[in-house]
Design a binder for this molecule. Structure first.
Ligand SMILES: [Zn+2]
Length: 471
């Protein structure tokens, strides 16, 4: 490809790591603030104070015992998501009943003790699905609590009387929970990495025991900073007193979110892909992988949107290697691991392999939409049912045209679009209304209307990248 000297260096931009919008949104999405207060008034005051930055909260035993399920319903009705942290641990029948009741509150996450055994775990998972179906609510995600973060190694051995080390036990319970059909585990951030290795992508890891660098340790022994926990593979961080006990909780929450995001920036691998985009096999970031695979090209290109650009991303170059496709799909899947995706749909051609790989990682199905008369249509023979939770994925979003058409198809079938995922966001700030849009990397690569294209003005021939004809 031609790569002429740049006539206007100040305008020249290349691939940059993703450190802005998507990163901030991802960091905020991953924070769960524990409502460590004794009553409804205190809980509502905190939720209202924090809502500009936080949308996920934890209701634990103290607050729930005081206020009951009505408070969870009330908070859920206000549009925040509730992690109902009651750690059920009893005989399978009793736990199944408790999970059914919890599911009817509209809680987003519920949990049970992994120590209750396989039958109890399996019954809990079934009960959540059943009750949600009957109540016409979303199924809550069911997590297994592993080793409490307040227990040190000595207490674990001498007082609980366990033979395995806490690390061994966490890995053992995480695998058991996965086999029993649970969605993930609650564990110390110190064990997040080993759970990720043991259970793979798409298995949720929620970690309490996180303290911002500027906060005191409190009674949690095995703590890490938010950045360290994310680096270890945690999907969600539970933070309590450093936020709720601060003089200005909103400011404290924003500091935690910034700390989560700044880890990504400082490590220079770009936004979401900073923490998630490391290909374990090679140690490379997503962006490095894309460059090495020949996805990222420079020249003068006609995009399918009709616009001209100096940069083009030929994803078929990456997807020709199943290993690359798998990593990209897996990393993108992780951004939606908490969204209970039932089906992944991608527009052909760019979204076909990606949708398949994301679905593989999420353990759900996928199919594609293709060009049809008057726009796009689902691949013949495929449909979504009303209420089905659908994730729309595309390799690179520029104008978002195909993605919007697929969103329209899903919504016309009365299914629910839970979000839009892309490997690269080169849209320059596109949004899809209220739908979360998450990309592995954001690229600052401007495109031009042909009549305003500086490359055309300089008389450089425009080329049509082969893959572009199909997108
Ligand atoms: Zn041009």
């Amino acid at each position: 490809m031609v790569n002429p000297a740049d006539p206007n260096p100040t305008e020249r931009r290349t691939i940059t790591t993703n450190v802005d919008r998507a990163t901030a949104a991802n960091a905020a999405d991953r924070l769960i603030v524990a409502l460590d207060v004794p009553d409804r008034a205190g809980a509502l005051a905190l939720v209202e104070a924090l809502r500009p930055a936080v949308r996920r909260f934890k209701v634990g035993l103290e607050l729930f015992t005081a206020e009951g399920p009505a408070l969870v319903e009330e908070l859920t009705a206000r549009g925040v998501e509730i992690f109902l942290d009651l750690k059920f641990h009893d005989i399978p029948n009793t736990v199944a009943g408790a999970v059914r009741s919890a599911a009817r509150t509209g809680a987003w996450l519920v949990n049970v003790h992994a120590g209750g055994g396989r039958a109890m775990l399996a019954r809990a998972a079934e009960a959540a699905a059943e009750a949600a179906r009957q109540a016409g609510r979303r199924r809550p995600l069911v997590l297994a609590v592993t080793v409490l973060t307040s227990l040190g190694e000595a207490e674990w051995r001498d007082e609980v009387g366990m033979v395995r080390t806490p690390e061994e036990q966490v890995g053992f319970w995480a695998r058991l929970a996965r086999e029993a059909g649970l969605d993930g585990v609650v564990c110390s951030p110190r064990e997040a990495a080993l759970v990720r290795r043991a259970c793979g992508p798409g298995f949720l890891i929620v970690t309490p025991g996180v303290r911002p660098a500027w906060a005191a340790q409190g009674d949690q022994r095995r703590v890490l900073t938010p950045a360290e926990a994310l680096a270890a593979g945690a999907d969600y961080l539970v933070v309590g007193r450093p936020v709720t006990g601060a003089a200005d909780p909103l400011e404290a929450a924003r500091r935690v979110i910034a700390e989560m995001g700044s880890f990504e920036v400082e490590n220079g691998q770009g936004g979401a892909d900073v923490i998630q985009g490391i290909d374990a096999a090679t140690g490379r970031s997503i962006l490095e992988m894309l460059k090495a695979a020949g996805v990222y090209m420079e020249g003068h290109f006609l995009l399918t949107s009709g616009r001209h650009s100096r940069t083009f991303f030929m994803f078929s170059q990456a997807f020709q290697h199943p290993r690359h496709a798998e990593v990209l799909g897996r990393e993108l899947a992780r951004l939606f691991a908490g969204d209970r995706v039932e089906t992944v749909v991608g527009p052909a051609m760019g979204g076909v392999i990606l949708a398949h790989e994301v679905a593989r990682a999420l353990g759900c199905r996928s199919f594609f939409a293709e060009k049809a008369e008057g726009g796009m249509a689902f691949k013949r023979g495929f449909a979504v049912r009303p209420g089905e939770r659908v994730l729309v994925v595309e390799d690179v979003v520029t104008t978002g045209g195909s993605v919007k058409k697929v969103i329209g198809l899903v919504q016309a079938a009365e299914a629910e679009v839970v979000g839009v995922g892309a490997i690269l966001d080169r849209s320059g700030g596109m949004d899809f209304g209220v739908l979360p849009f998450r990309a592995l990397a954001t690229v600052d690569a401007p495109s031009y209307r042909p009549e305003e294209c500086p490359l055309c003005r300089d008389g450089q021939p425009v080329s049509v990248p082969k893959a572009a004809q199909f997108r």
